[in-house]
Design a protein. Structure first.
Length: 275
């Protein structure tokens, strides 16, 4: 066999795991559940949308909100949306999709588990910085804390995310978690993964809306007249919504679930492979 034949290209890999081929191989449950969309174009679209969400949030902060600083000023607040959208939406959403990468399905699960844990850990660090930015700003300006629906939704998402990370680490990463605990916790982990992302969407959208009301209430061109900034931030909110809904959709598709979805996690503690 020639070298070219023998090597498995990325494209071959994705083709071999396309819904059509997986259906033929009997890996998929029913043909009516087939989405007919290959994962590769979907993940490229997700990547572009993610970069746009972060980039446009940064552009809003730079162009309309006065730029960025780390000194308790309103410019320090501007880090809050950027860090939250980057951490809790884009990195967290990407981490959730790691096991949907068909390339990973016939390879050892350990590197993908580590990638999942690492992405969510980086997301968590950014989220903490994002919260520091807004609390410091509030405290310095003597603005009351935790009064808005946005702050309640947001903090609930962060608290659930923290529990999810600790429980995931303890159950799937550490070798001494019993198999029955892993089996019991896995569907809960999967459910809360999507539930937290839904909360994140609610928090991002309510946060954008709240900021627009703060900024445009006494402005010469009020929100109701849809000035350029309002148009821009409304558009950003819609983009964030599309990004999040696409992740939730991909997570729910049976065709994109890892074939061994119920076995490996439960039977193999992550660190056992590493020893
Ligand atoms: C998942 C993402 C987000 C989470 C978890 C989150 C969380 C929070 C929390 C806990 C507070 C309360 C801070 C305090 O009371 O001192 C807050 C405040 C705030 N956030 Fe967010 N936030 C998120 C995204 C956003 C986004 C995208 C914006 C867009 C501009 C935003 C705008 C605001 C504003 C204006 C405040 C100050 C007013 C208030 O307390 O509601 N947030 N956020």
């Amino acid at each position: 066999m020639s070298k070219a034949q023998g090597s498995t290209t990325l494209w071959n890999y994705f083709s071999r795991h396309s819904p059509r081929v997986r259906r033929k191989r009997g890996v998929l449950p029913t043909s009516s559940e087939m989405p007919g969309i290959p994962f590769l174009p979907f993940s490229i679209l997700q990547g572009i949308l993610g970069v746009l969400c972060v980039g446009l949030t940064g552009f809003w902060g730079q162009h309309w909100l006065g730029g960025f600083a780390w000194d308790g000023s309103s410019e320090m607040f501007n880090w809050h949306p950027v860090l939250m959208v980057t951490g809790m939406l884009v990195l967290y959403g990407s981490a959730a999709l790691v096991y949907r990468v068909p390339f990973s399905w016939e390879r050892p699960k350990l590197p993908w588990k580590l990638l999942h844990a690492a992405l969510t850990l980086v997301a968590f660090i950014l989220v903490i910085l994002g919260l520091v930015a807004v609390f410091e700003f509030h405290n310095k300006k003597k603005i009351p804390n935790m009064y808005s629906l946005h702050s309640w939704l947001g903090l609930t998402a962060v608290l659930l995310f923290s529990c999810q990370w600790i429980m995931g680490f303890a159950s799937f990463l550490l070798p001494w978690a019993p198999i029955w605990l892993r089996a019991l916790y896995k569907p809960i982990h999967v459910f809360f993964g999507s539930a937290i992302l839904s909360l994140v969407l609610a928090a991002c959208i309510s946060g954008i809306n709240e900021k627009l009301f703060f900024r445009l209430t006494n402005s010469t061109t009020p929100y109701s007249k849809l000035p350029a900034e309002a148009w821009f931030a409304n558009f950003l909110g819609m983009l964030i919504l599309i990004y999040g809904l696409l992740v939730l959709w991909a997570l729910a598709l049976p065709a994109w679930k890892r074939p061994d979805v119920n076995s490996q996690d439960i039977q193999e503690p992550l660190l056992q492979e590493a020893r």
